[in-house]
Design a protein around this ligand. Structure first.
Ligand code: 5GP
Ligand code: ZN
Length: 177
């Protein structure tokens, strides 16, 4: 396959997933696109604010930076020290990030949480990562929230607990296993 063919595939952009209407890259394209990224052909998505922040084109309060990631303070913090891990390459979210970058992001989260806990004197941490609008994603460039927690703080990340019914349990186990 030539570069021209690869770019043609790329230009066709996102399509809609048949099952749940979420935007997704069709099977096989992720591999093609990740190959292009590795070859330096695709790095950024035009008009993506986090691509520009990660590249340093827009200034940010940067806590850490390496070849793969930039870690910045969130502009609308849930608590003091709320930070975001942002890969320098553009991935919409967990559905299309490559496995190595996802794994490296979690390894970096562990390092940052240890360091930040010491620095901030917080009592715990939430790692939050939203995927698609219905799940609260507002910036469509993969990122992980690191939210320091302080005893008695008013950060609200909870949900009302339901009940795992026998029907749901059977249905889900049958579908997944
Ligand atoms: P999401 O809702 O997509 O999971 O999270 C997006 C986060 O990015 C929000 O917490 C929001 O405050 C933060 N954010 C949005 N735009 C900017 C920006 O330009 N700079 C910084 N530092 N944070 C931003
Ligand atoms: Zn981006």
């Amino acid at each position: 396959m030539t570069d021209f063919d690869l770019l043609f595939f790329l230009k066709m952009g996102y399509t809609t997933n048949r099952n749940n209407n979420r935007p997704s890259i069709p099977d096989g394209w992720t591999v093609i696109i990740n190959n292009l990224r590795k070859r330096g052909i695709v790095m950024k998505e035009k008009d993506c604010i986090f691509c520009k922040i990660a590249a340093g084109e827009i200034p940010s309060a940067t806590l850490y930076e390496d070849d793969e990631f930039r870690v910045i303070l969130d502009l609308g913090p849930a608590s003091k020290g709320h930070a975001l891990i942002i890969p320098k390459e553009h991935y919409r979210n967990l559905y299309d990030i490559d496995e190595k970058t996802a794994a490296d992001a979690m390894i970096l989260a562990k390092k940052m949480v240890l360091k930040m806990t010491d620095a901030l004197g917080c009592d715990g941490y939430n790692i939050v990562q939203n995927n698609e609008e219905c799940a609260g994603q507002t910036v469509f460039h993969f990122h992980m929230h690191m939210i320091p927690r302080y005893k008695g703080d008013k950060v609200g990340l909870g949900w009302h607990t339901g009940e795992l019914t026998d029907e749901d349990k059977k249905e889900i186990l049958d579908k997944i296993r």
